[in-house]
Ligand binder design. Structure first.
Ligand code: URA
Length: 197
């Protein structure tokens, strides 16, 4: 199949019944990527959270709100971006009524990789930005170090790639350090914005 012919809607329908790893069982649904099918930029997060699992859409919870703010400040409209995750089912641990985020394992990332590869082949973005260490390592390998390489324009499989922190990291720093952490995320996304064709 020609890559240009890959139909994102068909992929989304197929991914809805994905059983490639066990995460599909307790999750509400597959959270596939969303955005313009010809977006110049693909943002890759880690996995859907509680709110995303319920809504069936990526980055609609608290981390999504931070991401929206950071994108806006960097001069990138969310509507111009294809947003997805390295893992498309929510991995969690039940604690009473709550479902607590659990980091996906290598097996989950590997099992989910064909979906991400299909999204990349379909959208063919000029640039990719990863959000957080899990997404960065999913694409760049386990040796990648976000702390020393964030915000750099890297060459990845013929595309330009910038790795930055996960927006939820901003919510985890002490309140007094939050503005600075957000400004650093915005600075990385400005590097991304400069890649717009
Ligand atoms: N965190 C992610 O990595 N992705 C989402 O879609 C939501 C939260």
């Amino acid at each position: 199949m020609e890559t240009a012919e890959i139909d994102l809607d068909a992929l989304r329908r197929e991914a809805a019944s994905c059983t490639r790893c066990e995460l599909y069982e307790p999750a509400t649904q597959t959270v596939f990527g969303e955005g313009p099918p010809t977006a110049w930029l693909m943002l890759v997060g880690e996995q859907p959270g509680d709110k995303e699992d319920i809504a069936g859409k990526p980055f609609v919870g608290p981390a999504g709100r931070v991401l929206d703010t950071a994108l806006e400040r960097a001069g990138i409209a969310r509507a111009e971006v294809y947003l997805t995750n390295a893992v498309k089912h929510f991995r969690f641990e039940r604690r009473g009524n709550r479902r607590l985020h659990k980091t996906p394992g290598v097996t989950h990332i590997r099992a989910c990789r064909p979906w991400l590869d299909c999204e990349l082949a379909a959208v063919r973005p000029d640039a990719v930005a990863t959000l957080g260490a899990i997404a960065a390592k999913a694409l760049l390998g386990p040796k990648f170090r976000l702390t020393s390489q964030r915000g750099q324009v890297l060459d990845w499989e013929g595309r330009r790639l910038v790795a930055t922190v996960h927006p939820s990291a901003i919510l985890r720093v002490p309140v007094e350090a939050r503005d600075e952490a957000l400004a650093a995320l915005v600075a990385d996304l400005q590097v991304v914005a400069a890649l717009r064709p």
